[in-house]
Design a protein around this ligand. Structure first.
Ligand SMILES: C[S@@+](CC[C@H](N)C(=O)[O-])C[C@H]1O[C@@H](n2cnc3c(N)ncnc32)[C@H](O)[C@@H]1O
Length: 456
């Protein structure tokens, strides 16, 4: 065992010189057999190198990143005697930190990122919510398997969980070590999660498999790293949170799990499969939408799905009413749309297409309900209905006083950009919305005006 561990570290050093993020070989091919808790100690290799520290310090001292000033900045730093390689890497880190501010706020400026690590990092509000689920399930320790630069592990540690973060890529693991440095309850281990005795490490696991190779998305979950079928085997003995693509087919979901489809400010960002105690903490098997909007989060359950892989129950339909509502992607993907519509007295325009209609004016709702509404739906007051024909629509837009339009489309093959050109609007007038869709066998366009619910 010791020999193979030494070999791992040795190869890891060689790998580090290549500085390639997310490289599976040669580490992935080494047989560590079941690594026991006693050997799951943070590796001394995982402290930042002197070069990393120099890059980090220089990045911290640079002015806010501006592409237009890179040349001038580099030449000024060369004039001060800095090594060109250090300058290039410091500028690149400063650029990543600036981009990371959207996800991590001010703490981004003291963290280390690789480009891939930042792209794959979970958003802090989502990671914080994940941590709360472990707490709700009264779990004390979690192994974050494939921790990347440590975004999830930071949230787990911050919530007071004991964290063992495992990462196969040396540079990423050393950055995670730095990024978790403020938490004595977190340690990073370099290694291949497939070689570990997981039950010896923690009470529960969190896995966010790598879902891209050479920049391309891997569609088959069993080709992710680690593969989904392998992760589901682990979840038979340990409660697991498994972050997956929100596009995952419901038929691929384990029936007894609870799966949450998550959106942040209107972008559908992930699905997370929760098993065992963690699924219980979310009310048992099934599916729900988790929607983050303006600092609040909302959980909406698909009341019809008793198991996570249940087929979606379509909602009831009705002809267009005073308003059309465009639902959030997580609400649609989770299958919770029909439950939500029923609760609020809304109807689908067509059973196959996720536009709702009804008479509810969100401005008439109490503040909390209005916030929920704003998180789940965009609301449009309908002005008129037309066949989906550009000439007729052009005339209707002019009559409605539209100077510009947003075009929403579900269920037709129109190209919004092309339709916009055909409408020939001159910018003078109100901003309207054209909603194009199919209702039964008809292709229709609704002219409408968006209600800015969050401003009310
Ligand atoms: C999607 S990223 C994780 C991002 C992380 N959850 C975060 O929020 O920062 C997946 C990570 O898993 C690592 N990984 C992939 N296969 C692994 C394996 N077999 N053992 C350990 N780490 C692995 C990759 O190097 C990559 O950093």
């Amino acid at each position: 065992m010791l020999t193979s561990l030494r070999l791992t570290l040795c190869l890891a050093l060689m790998q580090r010189d290549c500085q390639k993020p997310f490289t599976f070989s040669p580490l992935a091919n080494i047989k560590l057999n079941s690594v026991k808790l006693s050997s799951m100690q943070p590796s001394p290799l995982l402290t930042l190198t002197e070069k990393d520290v120099e890059i980090g310090n220089l990045a911290t001292s640079l002015p806010p990143f501006s592409p237009a000033q890179v040349l001038e900045l580099s030449s000024s730093l060369r004039g001060q005697g800095y090594d060109p390689q250090i300058i290039a890497q410091a500028i690149s880190l400063a650029q990543l930190r600036q981009a990371a501010q959207a996800k991590f706020g001010q703490s981004a400026h003291s963290l280390f990122f690789t480009k891939d690590g930042l792209e794959q990092a979970s958003r802090p509000e989502v990671a914080k919510y994940h941590a709360e689920i472990y707490k709700r399930a009264q779990i004390l320790s979690v192994a974050d398997l494939g921790c990347g630069i440590g975004a999830e592990s930071r949230a787990f540690a911050q919530a007071g969980l004991n964290v063992t973060a495992v990462e196969i890529d040396l540079q990423t693991a050393s950055y995670a070590t730095h990024n978790l440095g403020e938490f004595p309850n977190a340690k990073v281990v370099l290694g291949d999660v497939r070689q570990l005795d997981l039950e010896a490490i923690a009470d529960a696991i969190f896995v966010d498999p790598a879902r891209r190779k050479n920049g391309k998305r891997i569609a088959n979950p069993n080709e992710w790293s680690p593969p989904l079928d392998q992760v589901l085997k682990w979840s038979a003995t340990l409660p697991a949170g498994i972050k997956v693509s929100p596009g995952i087919r419901h038929t691929d979901l384990p029936p007894q799990s609870h799966v949450q489809f998550t959106s942040v400010e209107g972008n559908t960002v992930e699905a997370c499969i929760w098993t065992g105690k963690l699924a219980q903490a979310l009310g048992g098997s099934g599916r729900s939408a988790l929607i983050f909007r303006h600092g609040k989060s909302y959980e909406i359950r698909d009341e019809n799905a008793k198991e996570a892989n249940a087929s979606i129950t379509p909602g009831e339909c009705a002809p267009v009413g005073t308003y059309i509502y465009e639902p959030d992607g997580a609400l649609v993907r989770s299958g919770a749309l029909a439950s939500f519509a029923k609760k609020w007295g809304l109807y689908l325009l067509d059973p196959r297409i996720a536009y709702l209609t009804g008479e509810v004016n969100p401005f008439d709702l109490p503040r909390d309900d209005r916030d929920l509404w704003d998180a789940c739906l965009q609301t449009f007051r309908v002005i008129s209905t037309h066949p989906l024909k550009p000439k007729a629509l052009k005339k209707a837009c002019h009559e409605a006083g539209f100077g510009a339009v947003d075009i929403l489309n579900r269920g037709t093959d129109i190209l919004p950009q092309r339709l916009r050109q055909q409408l020939k609007l001159n910018g003078n007038g109100i901003r309207g919305t054209v909603i194009t869709t199919r209702v039964g066998d008809k292709h229709l366009a609704f002219l409408g005006v968006k209600l800015n619910v969050c401003d009310g």
